[in-house]
Design a protein around this ligand. Structure first.
Ligand SMILES: Nc1ncnc2c1ncn2[C@@H]1O[C@H](COP(=O)(O)OP(=O)(O)O)[C@@H](O)[C@H]1O
Ligand SMILES: [Mg+2]
Length: 418
Protein backbone atom coordinates (compact mmCIF):
# COMPACT_ATOMS: atom_id res chain seq x y z
CA UNK A 1 0.00 0.00 0.00
CA UNK A 2 1.41 3.40 -1.05
CA UNK A 3 1.46 6.20 1.47
CA UNK A 4 0.33 9.49 -0.02
CA UNK A 5 0.06 12.96 1.47
CA UNK A 6 -2.79 14.92 -0.04
CA UNK A 7 -1.69 18.52 -0.28
CA UNK A 8 -4.32 21.26 -0.21
CA UNK A 9 -3.32 24.81 -1.17
CA UNK A 10 -5.09 27.95 -0.05
CA UNK A 11 -4.74 30.77 -2.58
CA UNK A 12 -5.58 33.76 -0.40
CA UNK A 13 -5.87 37.52 -0.50
CA UNK A 14 -6.93 39.58 2.49
CA UNK A 15 -8.63 36.56 4.11
CA UNK A 16 -7.81 36.28 7.81
CA UNK A 17 -10.32 34.31 9.83
CA UNK A 18 -11.52 31.43 7.67
CA UNK A 19 -8.04 30.06 6.77
CA UNK A 20 -7.10 29.95 10.47
CA UNK A 21 -10.21 27.88 11.19
CA UNK A 22 -9.84 25.71 8.13
CA UNK A 23 -6.19 24.90 8.91
CA UNK A 24 -6.85 24.25 12.61
CA UNK A 25 -9.71 21.87 11.90
CA UNK A 26 -7.93 20.02 9.10
CA UNK A 27 -5.05 19.51 11.46
CA UNK A 28 -7.36 18.44 14.28
CA UNK A 29 -9.13 15.88 12.10
CA UNK A 30 -5.88 13.86 11.93
CA UNK A 31 -7.10 12.18 8.78
CA UNK A 32 -5.42 8.89 8.02
CA UNK A 33 -7.39 6.41 5.94
CA UNK A 34 -7.20 4.08 2.99
CA UNK A 35 -8.56 5.05 -0.36
CA UNK A 36 -8.16 2.58 -3.22
CA UNK A 37 -4.59 1.34 -3.00
CA UNK A 38 -3.36 4.42 -1.08
CA UNK A 39 -3.04 5.30 2.55
CA UNK A 40 -3.88 9.01 2.78
CA UNK A 41 -2.77 11.76 5.10
CA UNK A 42 -3.50 15.45 4.61
CA UNK A 43 -1.44 18.59 4.61
CA UNK A 44 -2.44 22.18 3.94
CA UNK A 45 -0.39 25.24 3.08
CA UNK A 46 -0.84 28.73 1.72
CA UNK A 47 0.05 29.30 -1.92
CA UNK A 48 2.72 31.97 -2.39
CA UNK A 49 3.11 34.40 -5.27
CA UNK A 50 6.35 34.06 -7.22
CA UNK A 51 7.75 33.61 -10.73
CA UNK A 52 7.07 30.19 -12.19
CA UNK A 53 8.29 28.08 -15.07
CA UNK A 54 5.33 26.81 -17.03
CA UNK A 55 6.88 23.35 -16.98
CA UNK A 56 7.44 23.19 -13.25
CA UNK A 57 5.40 20.61 -11.35
CA UNK A 58 2.63 21.57 -8.96
CA UNK A 59 2.75 20.18 -5.46
CA UNK A 60 -0.95 20.51 -4.69
CA UNK A 61 -3.79 18.09 -5.27
CA UNK A 62 -6.39 20.79 -4.81
CA UNK A 63 -6.42 24.57 -4.43
CA UNK A 64 -9.15 26.66 -2.86
CA UNK A 65 -8.80 29.95 -4.63
CA UNK A 66 -9.83 33.42 -3.44
CA UNK A 67 -7.72 35.52 -5.79
CA UNK A 68 -8.61 34.63 -9.37
CA UNK A 69 -11.31 37.23 -9.75
CA UNK A 70 -8.88 40.12 -9.47
CA UNK A 71 -5.24 38.99 -9.30
CA UNK A 72 -4.05 37.82 -12.70
CA UNK A 73 -0.69 36.28 -11.72
CA UNK A 74 -2.40 33.77 -9.48
CA UNK A 75 -5.15 33.23 -12.02
CA UNK A 76 -2.63 32.38 -14.73
CA UNK A 77 -0.68 30.10 -12.40
CA UNK A 78 -3.90 28.30 -11.62
CA UNK A 79 -4.81 27.94 -15.29
CA UNK A 80 -1.38 26.53 -16.04
CA UNK A 81 -1.72 24.08 -13.15
CA UNK A 82 -5.13 22.88 -14.34
CA UNK A 83 -4.11 22.53 -17.98
CA UNK A 84 -0.65 21.06 -17.44
CA UNK A 85 -0.78 19.40 -14.03
CA UNK A 86 -4.38 18.20 -13.54
CA UNK A 87 -4.91 20.38 -10.49
CA UNK A 88 -8.42 20.56 -9.02
CA UNK A 89 -9.36 24.17 -8.26
CA UNK A 90 -12.49 25.81 -7.12
CA UNK A 91 -13.73 27.84 -8.68
CA UNK A 92 -12.98 27.17 -12.34
CA UNK A 93 -10.96 30.26 -13.34
CA UNK A 94 -12.22 30.40 -16.95
CA UNK A 95 -15.80 30.24 -15.85
CA UNK A 96 -15.19 32.91 -13.25
CA UNK A 97 -13.42 35.17 -15.72
CA UNK A 98 -15.83 34.92 -18.60
CA UNK A 99 -19.29 34.44 -17.14
CA UNK A 100 -20.24 37.75 -15.66
CA UNK A 101 -23.42 38.49 -13.84
CA UNK A 102 -24.94 39.53 -17.17
CA UNK A 103 -24.20 36.11 -18.72
CA UNK A 104 -25.71 34.41 -15.71
CA UNK A 105 -28.93 36.41 -16.23
CA UNK A 106 -29.05 35.31 -19.87
CA UNK A 107 -28.38 31.67 -19.04
CA UNK A 108 -31.00 31.49 -16.34
CA UNK A 109 -33.55 33.17 -18.60
CA UNK A 110 -32.80 30.53 -21.23
CA UNK A 111 -33.43 27.85 -18.62
CA UNK A 112 -36.76 29.48 -17.87
CA UNK A 113 -36.05 30.89 -14.41
CA UNK A 114 -37.97 34.09 -13.57
CA UNK A 115 -35.14 36.64 -13.76
CA UNK A 116 -36.75 40.12 -13.72
CA UNK A 117 -36.72 42.05 -17.01
CA UNK A 118 -33.14 43.15 -17.60
CA UNK A 119 -31.50 45.49 -20.14
CA UNK A 120 -27.94 46.36 -20.97
CA UNK A 121 -26.85 49.94 -21.79
CA UNK A 122 -23.81 51.10 -23.74
CA UNK A 123 -21.59 53.15 -21.41
CA UNK A 124 -21.92 56.88 -20.90
CA UNK A 125 -18.21 57.53 -21.39
CA UNK A 126 -15.21 55.80 -22.99
CA UNK A 127 -11.47 55.57 -22.63
CA UNK A 128 -10.31 56.82 -26.01
CA UNK A 129 -8.84 54.14 -28.28
CA UNK A 130 -7.81 54.22 -31.95
CA UNK A 131 -10.98 52.87 -33.50
CA UNK A 132 -13.43 54.31 -31.02
CA UNK A 133 -14.61 57.34 -32.93
CA UNK A 134 -15.09 55.56 -36.26
CA UNK A 135 -16.97 52.74 -34.56
CA UNK A 136 -19.33 54.91 -32.57
CA UNK A 137 -19.93 57.37 -35.42
CA UNK A 138 -21.05 54.58 -37.73
CA UNK A 139 -22.82 52.21 -35.42
CA UNK A 140 -23.80 53.72 -32.10
CA UNK A 141 -27.50 54.61 -32.17
CA UNK A 142 -28.92 57.44 -30.13
CA UNK A 143 -31.31 56.20 -27.50
CA UNK A 144 -33.79 57.69 -25.09
CA UNK A 145 -33.50 57.02 -21.40
CA UNK A 146 -37.08 58.15 -21.07
CA UNK A 147 -38.33 55.40 -23.41
CA UNK A 148 -36.26 52.67 -21.79
CA UNK A 149 -37.28 53.79 -18.30
CA UNK A 150 -40.95 53.70 -19.32
CA UNK A 151 -40.57 50.22 -20.78
CA UNK A 152 -39.00 48.75 -17.67
CA UNK A 153 -41.18 50.76 -15.29
CA UNK A 154 -40.02 52.48 -12.09
CA UNK A 155 -38.45 51.61 -9.77
CA UNK A 156 -35.65 49.58 -11.27
CA UNK A 157 -32.00 48.92 -10.42
CA UNK A 158 -28.94 50.06 -12.34
CA UNK A 159 -25.90 47.90 -11.70
CA UNK A 160 -22.58 47.03 -13.36
CA UNK A 161 -22.97 44.11 -15.78
CA UNK A 162 -20.22 42.15 -14.05
CA UNK A 163 -21.50 42.92 -10.55
CA UNK A 164 -19.90 42.58 -7.20
CA UNK A 165 -19.93 44.05 -3.72
CA UNK A 166 -22.76 46.57 -4.22
CA UNK A 167 -20.41 48.86 -6.09
CA UNK A 168 -22.24 51.16 -8.48
CA UNK A 169 -25.71 49.78 -7.67
CA UNK A 170 -28.47 52.41 -7.69
CA UNK A 171 -32.20 52.17 -7.20
CA UNK A 172 -33.83 54.35 -9.83
CA UNK A 173 -37.18 55.88 -8.94
CA UNK A 174 -37.80 58.28 -11.82
CA UNK A 175 -36.39 59.72 -15.02
CA UNK A 176 -34.36 62.41 -13.24
CA UNK A 177 -32.72 59.74 -11.07
CA UNK A 178 -32.09 57.58 -14.14
CA UNK A 179 -30.37 60.45 -15.96
CA UNK A 180 -28.27 61.29 -12.92
CA UNK A 181 -27.17 57.69 -12.34
CA UNK A 182 -26.37 57.13 -16.01
CA UNK A 183 -24.31 60.34 -16.14
CA UNK A 184 -22.40 59.18 -13.08
CA UNK A 185 -21.77 55.67 -14.43
CA UNK A 186 -18.80 56.79 -16.55
CA UNK A 187 -17.14 53.99 -18.53
CA UNK A 188 -18.98 51.22 -16.65
CA UNK A 189 -21.36 49.06 -18.72
CA UNK A 190 -24.62 48.82 -16.86
CA UNK A 191 -27.54 46.44 -16.56
CA UNK A 192 -30.95 47.83 -15.74
CA UNK A 193 -33.23 45.45 -13.92
CA UNK A 194 -36.89 45.70 -12.95
CA UNK A 195 -37.23 45.86 -9.18
CA UNK A 196 -38.85 43.10 -7.20
CA UNK A 197 -40.22 45.46 -4.57
CA UNK A 198 -41.65 45.03 -2.13
CA UNK A 199 -40.59 41.44 -1.63
CA UNK A 200 -41.69 38.82 0.89
CA UNK A 201 -38.27 37.23 1.28
CA UNK A 202 -34.68 38.02 0.39
CA UNK A 203 -32.58 34.89 0.71
CA UNK A 204 -28.95 34.27 0.03
CA UNK A 205 -28.31 30.61 -0.66
CA UNK A 206 -24.69 29.54 -0.30
CA UNK A 207 -23.61 26.43 -2.16
CA UNK A 208 -20.44 24.41 -1.63
CA UNK A 209 -20.62 21.38 -3.90
CA UNK A 210 -24.03 19.88 -3.07
CA UNK A 211 -24.10 21.47 0.41
CA UNK A 212 -26.51 24.37 0.70
CA UNK A 213 -27.33 26.94 3.32
CA UNK A 214 -30.20 29.38 3.04
CA UNK A 215 -29.72 32.64 4.88
CA UNK A 216 -32.40 35.22 5.49
CA UNK A 217 -30.79 38.42 4.26
CA UNK A 218 -31.53 42.03 5.12
CA UNK A 219 -29.75 44.37 2.68
CA UNK A 220 -30.87 47.46 4.59
CA UNK A 221 -29.09 46.42 7.82
CA UNK A 222 -25.53 47.35 8.80
CA UNK A 223 -22.91 45.00 7.30
CA UNK A 224 -22.58 42.91 10.46
CA UNK A 225 -26.37 42.38 10.67
CA UNK A 226 -27.27 41.55 7.07
CA UNK A 227 -27.12 37.80 7.53
CA UNK A 228 -30.06 37.14 9.83
CA UNK A 229 -29.75 34.32 12.32
CA UNK A 230 -33.06 32.55 11.84
CA UNK A 231 -33.00 28.97 10.65
CA UNK A 232 -35.82 26.89 9.20
CA UNK A 233 -37.66 30.12 8.36
CA UNK A 234 -38.96 28.97 4.96
CA UNK A 235 -41.78 26.55 4.17
CA UNK A 236 -40.24 23.32 2.82
CA UNK A 237 -41.31 23.85 -0.78
CA UNK A 238 -39.76 27.36 -0.91
CA UNK A 239 -36.56 26.00 0.59
CA UNK A 240 -36.51 23.24 -1.98
CA UNK A 241 -37.02 25.64 -4.93
CA UNK A 242 -34.16 27.80 -3.72
CA UNK A 243 -31.89 24.82 -3.29
CA UNK A 244 -32.66 23.49 -6.75
CA UNK A 245 -32.12 26.94 -8.23
CA UNK A 246 -28.75 27.35 -6.55
CA UNK A 247 -27.61 23.86 -7.56
CA UNK A 248 -28.68 24.54 -11.14
CA UNK A 249 -26.76 27.79 -11.36
CA UNK A 250 -23.65 26.38 -9.73
CA UNK A 251 -23.56 23.22 -11.82
CA UNK A 252 -24.30 25.13 -15.03
CA UNK A 253 -21.33 27.44 -14.53
CA UNK A 254 -19.03 24.95 -12.85
CA UNK A 255 -18.91 26.98 -9.65
CA UNK A 256 -18.30 24.64 -6.70
CA UNK A 257 -18.61 27.58 -4.33
CA UNK A 258 -21.06 30.37 -5.02
CA UNK A 259 -23.84 32.33 -3.38
CA UNK A 260 -27.15 33.09 -5.03
CA UNK A 261 -29.51 35.88 -4.08
CA UNK A 262 -33.19 35.50 -4.79
CA UNK A 263 -36.26 37.56 -3.95
CA UNK A 264 -39.70 36.07 -3.42
CA UNK A 265 -42.86 37.93 -4.35
CA UNK A 266 -46.36 36.41 -4.65
CA UNK A 267 -44.88 32.95 -4.15
CA UNK A 268 -42.35 33.22 -7.02
CA UNK A 269 -38.59 33.19 -6.44
CA UNK A 270 -36.73 35.61 -8.68
CA UNK A 271 -32.95 35.16 -8.87
CA UNK A 272 -31.30 38.62 -9.00
CA UNK A 273 -27.63 38.11 -8.18
CA UNK A 274 -26.13 34.70 -8.54
CA UNK A 275 -22.67 35.21 -9.95
CA UNK A 276 -20.84 35.56 -6.64
CA UNK A 277 -18.19 32.96 -7.20
CA UNK A 278 -15.87 34.34 -4.55
CA UNK A 279 -18.47 34.48 -1.78
CA UNK A 280 -17.99 36.40 1.40
CA UNK A 281 -16.33 34.02 3.87
CA UNK A 282 -15.59 36.38 6.74
CA UNK A 283 -16.79 35.86 10.28
CA UNK A 284 -17.58 39.57 10.44
CA UNK A 285 -20.40 39.15 7.94
CA UNK A 286 -21.36 35.47 8.29
CA UNK A 287 -20.95 35.21 12.10
CA UNK A 288 -23.67 32.69 13.10
CA UNK A 289 -23.37 30.90 9.74
CA UNK A 290 -19.56 30.93 9.68
CA UNK A 291 -19.05 27.47 11.24
CA UNK A 292 -21.31 25.93 8.59
CA UNK A 293 -19.14 27.46 5.87
CA UNK A 294 -15.89 26.19 7.37
CA UNK A 295 -17.26 22.69 7.80
CA UNK A 296 -18.73 22.64 4.30
CA UNK A 297 -15.46 23.86 2.82
CA UNK A 298 -13.49 21.19 4.69
CA UNK A 299 -15.83 18.40 3.65
CA UNK A 300 -15.87 19.36 0.00
CA UNK A 301 -12.13 20.00 -0.36
CA UNK A 302 -11.24 16.78 1.46
CA UNK A 303 -13.68 14.78 -0.64
CA UNK A 304 -12.45 16.19 -3.96
CA UNK A 305 -8.77 15.80 -3.16
CA UNK A 306 -8.98 12.39 -1.46
CA UNK A 307 -11.08 10.72 -4.11
CA UNK A 308 -9.24 12.22 -7.07
CA UNK A 309 -12.48 13.69 -8.35
CA UNK A 310 -11.80 15.16 -11.79
CA UNK A 311 -12.24 18.85 -12.20
CA UNK A 312 -14.61 19.77 -15.01
CA UNK A 313 -12.31 21.89 -17.14
CA UNK A 314 -14.89 22.65 -19.80
CA UNK A 315 -18.47 23.59 -19.19
CA UNK A 316 -21.12 21.44 -20.80
CA UNK A 317 -24.43 23.24 -21.09
CA UNK A 318 -26.16 20.89 -23.53
CA UNK A 319 -27.91 18.66 -20.97
CA UNK A 320 -29.45 21.77 -19.39
CA UNK A 321 -30.59 23.07 -22.77
CA UNK A 322 -32.11 19.69 -23.56
CA UNK A 323 -34.19 19.87 -20.39
CA UNK A 324 -35.13 23.50 -21.12
CA UNK A 325 -36.50 22.45 -24.50
CA UNK A 326 -38.68 19.68 -23.13
CA UNK A 327 -42.34 20.36 -22.49
CA UNK A 328 -42.15 20.46 -18.70
CA UNK A 329 -44.00 22.40 -16.09
CA UNK A 330 -41.58 24.91 -14.39
CA UNK A 331 -41.17 23.14 -11.04
CA UNK A 332 -40.58 19.80 -12.73
CA UNK A 333 -38.07 21.38 -15.08
CA UNK A 334 -36.14 22.88 -12.17
CA UNK A 335 -36.06 19.45 -10.53
CA UNK A 336 -34.56 18.02 -13.71
CA UNK A 337 -31.81 20.65 -13.71
CA UNK A 338 -31.09 19.87 -10.07
CA UNK A 339 -30.85 16.19 -10.96
CA UNK A 340 -28.05 17.02 -13.43
CA UNK A 341 -26.40 19.11 -10.71
CA UNK A 342 -26.53 16.25 -8.20
CA UNK A 343 -24.90 13.97 -10.75
CA UNK A 344 -22.15 16.51 -11.39
CA UNK A 345 -21.56 17.13 -7.71
CA UNK A 346 -21.71 13.36 -6.99
CA UNK A 347 -24.04 14.03 -4.09
CA UNK A 348 -24.53 10.41 -3.06
CA UNK A 349 -20.85 9.50 -3.21
CA UNK A 350 -20.05 12.67 -1.27
CA UNK A 351 -22.64 11.90 1.38
CA UNK A 352 -21.22 8.43 1.77
CA UNK A 353 -17.67 9.78 2.03
CA UNK A 354 -18.68 12.27 4.75
CA UNK A 355 -20.38 9.52 6.72
CA UNK A 356 -17.49 7.07 6.53
CA UNK A 357 -14.47 9.41 6.69
CA UNK A 358 -15.57 12.63 8.36
CA UNK A 359 -17.95 11.48 11.06
CA UNK A 360 -15.71 13.04 13.73
CA UNK A 361 -15.84 16.53 12.20
CA UNK A 362 -19.01 17.60 14.04
CA UNK A 363 -17.65 17.01 17.54
CA UNK A 364 -14.28 18.51 16.67
CA UNK A 365 -15.91 21.61 15.18
CA UNK A 366 -18.16 22.00 18.21
CA UNK A 367 -15.10 22.18 20.45
CA UNK A 368 -13.03 24.30 18.09
CA UNK A 369 -15.65 27.02 17.64
CA UNK A 370 -15.73 27.45 21.40
CA UNK A 371 -11.94 27.62 21.77
CA UNK A 372 -9.51 30.45 22.42
CA UNK A 373 -8.10 29.92 18.93
CA UNK A 374 -11.51 30.77 17.48
CA UNK A 375 -11.85 33.84 19.64
CA UNK A 376 -8.42 34.94 18.48
CA UNK A 377 -9.35 34.41 14.80
CA UNK A 378 -12.37 36.67 15.32
CA UNK A 379 -10.26 39.22 17.13
CA UNK A 380 -7.71 39.31 14.29
CA UNK A 381 -10.40 39.84 11.66
CA UNK A 382 -12.22 42.49 13.68
CA UNK A 383 -8.94 44.30 14.36
CA UNK A 384 -8.32 44.52 10.62
CA UNK A 385 -11.75 45.97 9.86
CA UNK A 386 -13.01 48.03 12.78
CA UNK A 387 -11.76 51.24 14.42
CA UNK A 388 -9.74 50.68 17.59
CA UNK A 389 -12.52 51.70 19.99
CA UNK A 390 -14.93 49.11 18.53
CA UNK A 391 -12.62 46.09 18.43
CA UNK A 392 -13.56 44.59 21.80
CA UNK A 393 -17.28 45.22 21.36
CA UNK A 394 -17.46 43.57 17.93
CA UNK A 395 -15.17 40.68 18.84
CA UNK A 396 -17.60 39.96 21.65
CA UNK A 397 -20.64 40.28 19.38
CA UNK A 398 -19.34 37.83 16.74
CA UNK A 399 -18.04 35.45 19.38
CA UNK A 400 -21.44 35.44 21.03
CA UNK A 401 -23.14 34.61 17.70
CA UNK A 402 -20.75 31.75 17.01
CA UNK A 403 -21.51 30.41 20.50
CA UNK A 404 -25.20 30.64 19.68
CA UNK A 405 -24.53 28.44 16.63
CA UNK A 406 -22.80 25.95 18.93
CA UNK A 407 -25.80 25.81 21.23
CA UNK A 408 -28.46 25.69 18.52
CA UNK A 409 -26.77 23.61 15.84
CA UNK A 410 -23.26 22.53 16.69
CA UNK A 411 -24.25 20.55 19.76
CA UNK A 412 -26.71 18.52 17.72
CA UNK A 413 -24.25 17.60 14.99
CA UNK A 414 -24.83 18.46 11.40
CA UNK A 415 -28.11 19.94 10.21
CA UNK A 416 -27.60 19.43 6.52
CA UNK A 417 -27.29 15.70 6.47
CA UNK A 418 -23.71 15.51 5.25
N1 LIG B 1 -34.10 43.44 -9.26
C1 LIG B 1 -33.97 43.83 -8.00
N2 LIG B 1 -35.05 43.98 -7.20
C2 LIG B 1 -34.93 44.40 -5.91
N3 LIG B 1 -33.75 44.70 -5.34
C3 LIG B 1 -32.63 44.61 -6.08
C4 LIG B 1 -32.68 44.15 -7.44
N4 LIG B 1 -31.42 44.16 -7.93
C5 LIG B 1 -30.63 44.58 -6.93
N5 LIG B 1 -31.34 44.87 -5.82
C6 LIG B 1 -30.83 45.38 -4.53
O1 LIG B 1 -29.51 45.90 -4.73
C7 LIG B 1 -28.56 45.12 -4.01
C8 LIG B 1 -27.29 44.97 -4.84
O2 LIG B 1 -27.58 44.40 -6.11
P1 LIG B 1 -26.89 43.04 -6.57
O3 LIG B 1 -27.44 42.65 -7.90
O4 LIG B 1 -27.00 42.04 -5.49
O5 LIG B 1 -25.39 43.53 -6.79
P2 LIG B 1 -23.99 43.07 -6.16
O6 LIG B 1 -23.43 42.11 -7.15
O7 LIG B 1 -23.21 44.32 -6.08
O8 LIG B 1 -24.28 42.41 -4.83
C9 LIG B 1 -29.26 43.80 -3.73
O9 LIG B 1 -28.75 43.18 -2.58
C10 LIG B 1 -30.71 44.28 -3.52
O10 LIG B 1 -30.87 44.84 -2.23
MG1 LIG C 1 -25.64 40.97 -4.35
Amino acid sequence: MAERTVNIGLSLGADICWPICYESLLDGLKLDFEHGSDRLRFHCERVTIEPFNLQQPVRYDLVIDRLTHWYSTSREWIKKAIVLNDLYVYNNPWSLQSNEKHTSYCAMMRLGLPVPETWLLPPKAYDVTDDLEATLRQYARMFSLEEIGAKIGYPFFMKPYHGGGWKGVTKIDDLAGFQKAYDASGTEVMNLQAAILPYDWFVRCIGLGPQLRKVNYDPSAALHDRYRMDIGFLPPEDASVLEDMTLTINAFFGWDFNSCEALARHGVWHPIDFANACPDSQVTSLHYHFPWLIKANLRWSIFCSATGRKMRRNLDWEPFYAVADRDLEPRERLREYARIAHERFETERFRDFCRTRLGHLDALAYDFFGSERMRDAIHQKVSALFPAHEIEEFTELFWHRVQLWREQEGARGDQDGF
